[in-house]
Design a protein around this ligand. Structure first.
Ligand SMILES: [Zn+2]
Length: 74
């Protein structure tokens, strides 16, 4: 898809939403109107909490592995 604010073409892959988000963040945030800025900020918060969740999930997964390894040694 094409960016709404410039001529940049973003490839339609699984990361499109994320890529477009970061492109807006870097290149167009200042030209968004208030409503779009608000939407962008909400999306940013959602992405950050999702990242935290996946980081947490990964850490829990790792400690599970350590726990299981210790258990099998006993
Ligand atoms: Zn653009």
């Amino acid at each position: 898809m094409k960016c709404n604010y410039c001529e940049k073409i973003l490839s339609d892959d699984a990361d499109l939403v994320l890529n477009y988000f970061y492109h807006i963040e870097l290149d167009h945030y200042d030209s968004l109107d208030n409503e779009d800025k608000m939407m962008h900020d909400i999306r940013k918060k959602m992405l950050q909490s999702k990242e935290n969740y996946e980081l947490k999930k990964k850490n829990v997964g790792d400690s599970d592995l350590i726990f299981n390894t210790k258990n099998s040694e006993i």
